[in-house]
Design a binder for this molecule. Structure first.
Ligand SMILES: Nc1ncnc2c1ncn2[C@@H]1O[C@H](COP(=O)(O)OP(=O)(O)OP(=O)(O)O)[C@@H](O)[C@H]1O
Ligand SMILES: [Mg+2]
Length: 236
């Protein structure tokens, strides 16, 4: 049984079908990559899985249980956590408090002392301890992305959905982040949207390709990108 499964997932915005009957399987323990041209529906797919947007039709299953239409906080408590393409931090709160919010949000009835310990542990792991009293907006883009990742980790997830975590990073920062994700993957399943093909190939065990809302390919990354329909979607 896949850890997460979507069946015929569909979302329309007026006349546009942003996600079109998508069947997706994510296996426990893997790093699955998601690519597709701009506007392919990648963010919308994550929004549907995590309850941020109501879907038009289809189903979402988590470890054999249907979670279609659960609210974002309920889905987070199930063990699924996501980052946002555009950050979405609490602007008045420090890095520490942003990450603490994840630690408090992730589990029911977690004690504040325990949540603070978890926050410090995650900041240390991600390498943000020195910046914990800064505001996210004052950090360089690369570090700002890491705050989002730290907040997600603080929820103690089993599956994380990362929306373009490499955006705005230098190649060196991307390489560091990839190493960090590989360590995280020892205990956490990862679904990651990427735009730099060579990095997403490097990190993914399996690659899914969306185009105009439809899943057009899935499989071994090196093979998938050679696929004719994938080449056509990217290069016409
Ligand atoms: N809230 C919305 N209302 C109307 N249209 C939307 C909305 N959100 C997304 N869309 C449209 O749905 C399509 C898919 O958008 P989405 O953001 O999911 O694509 P994406 O693959 O994440 O693109 P990008 O690579 O630019 O991040 C696009 O045509 C977009 O304009
Ligand atoms: Mg997007």
């Amino acid at each position: 049984m896949p850890m997460l499964k979507t069946v015929n997932l569909t979302k329309r915005f007026g006349g546009l079908t942003a996600v079109d009957e998508v069947d997706l399987d994510i296996e426990k323990g893997e790093i699955a990559g998601l690519i597709g041209p701009n506007g392919a529906g990648k963010t919308t797919l994550i929004n549907l899985i995590t309850g941020r947007l109501p879907l038009d039709s289809g189903e979402v299953w988590w470890k054999g249980k249907e979670i279609t239409n659960l609210k974002p906080n309920e889905i987070c408590k199930e063990g699924i956590s996501r980052t946002f393409q555009k950050g979405q931090f609490f602007p008045q709160k420090s890095v520490f408090k942003n990450v603490l919010a994840g630690a408090l949000f992730g589990k029911d009835g977690v004690r504040k002392e325990i949540a603070k310990e978890k926050t410090n542990e995650v900041l240390e792991f991600i390498g943000l301890s020195d910046m914990k009293d800064m505001m996210p907006k004052d950090l360089p883009v690369g570090h700002r992305n890491l705050v989002g990742l730290a907040r997600v980790l603080a929820t103690e997830p089993e599956l994380i959905l990362l929306d373009e975590p490499f955006a705005g990073l230098t190649d060196e920062e991307i390489s560091n982040l990839i190493e960090c994700l590989k360590v995280m993957n020892e205990t956490i399943t990862i679904f990651v949207v990427g735009h730099v093909i060579r990095f997403i190939i490097e990190i993914s065990d399996r690659l899914v390709v969306l185009n105009e809302g439809k899943k057009i390919a899935v499989g071994i990354p090196e093979e998938v990108i050679e696929n004719d329909s994938v080449r056509k979607a990217y290069w016409g």
